[in-house]
Design a protein. Structure first.
Length: 242
């Protein structure tokens, strides 16, 4: 009887631990560009599905890399949006020969109703990518919640990847211009080069899928163990009554 009860408790504990492990292994803010070609106008989609340690999200501030001078935010139901501008230390000459003395430094989305933890949402910005390939464009995101905040702003050092960081900034790599994509420009010139590793998103998604698969397999094993424990307990009680 004591042995069967111990087996039952162990199996139940295993199943509970596996169930807790089913959440995403890396709850980061992801970026998905529709193009990374140099000089192209790209739609950048940022998505998240988590709050700040369970607290609902109330605002998201997307900081633009220094290489960009402007971005066009997409209207999003249930959220107010505004641009934040800053004066440049000195005028910047764009590729079309014109000069600008200020730039859009950030886009802020403020929730009309807090976004609950565990509910996915996405936000899209339109930017014109730099005209040269090869540099990293990181977009730090400050996630403000009803309680606390998370600053997704870490950039990998040499030899690191986003997987080595606790709160990596979403980033993309500017690649060779795509002649087939076509430039559907929005009239903004964003400045100079960019580079990096957009493969981090694919790797991160792969890690999450692998973790979820392993979690489900483990949960199945735990449930089987739980069933076996229950069966053993029932049989033991039957023998004791006999």
């Amino acid at each position: 009887m004591r042995t069967s009860t111990s087996a039952l408790l162990a199996a139940g504990g295993t199943a509970a631990l596996m169930a807790l492990g089913l959440g995403p292994a890396a709850a980061h803010v992801h970026i998905t560009p529709d193009t990374t070609g140099a000089g192209e106008t790209a739609l950048l989609t940022f998505d998240l599905s988590h709050g700040c340690e369970g607290s609902p999200t109330t605002a998201l501030t997307f900081t633009l890399p220094d290489e960009l001078t402007d971005a066009t935010p997409t209207a999003h139901a249930g959220w107010d949006v505004k641009k934040v501008t800053e004066e440049l230390p000195e005028p910047r000459t764009l590729s079309n020969g014109s000069q600008v003395s200020s730039r859009t430094s950030a886009i802020v989305y403020t929730a009309q109703q807090p976004l609950a933890d565990g509910v996915r949402d996405s936000f899209t910005l339109s930017v014109t990518l730099p005209g040269e390939e090869g540099a990293t464009l990181a977009f730090p995101v400050l996630q403000t919640c009803a309680e606390g905040q998370t600053d997704w702003s870490q950039v990998p050092a040499e030899g690191q990847t986003a997987h080595d960081l606790d709160s990596p900034a979403p980033a993309l790599t500017v690649t060779e211009a795509d002649d087939d994509h076509g430039d559907h420009g929005d009239g903004h010139d964003q400045g100079a080069p960019a580079s990096a590793t957009d493969s981090d998103r694919d790797d991160d998604d792969g890690d999450v899928e692998a973790a979820q698969t392993a979690g489900y397999v483990g949960l199945g094993a735990g449930l089987l163990g739980l069933a076996a424990g229950v069966t053993a307990l029932v049989r033991t009680r039957g023998r004791s009554k006999a």
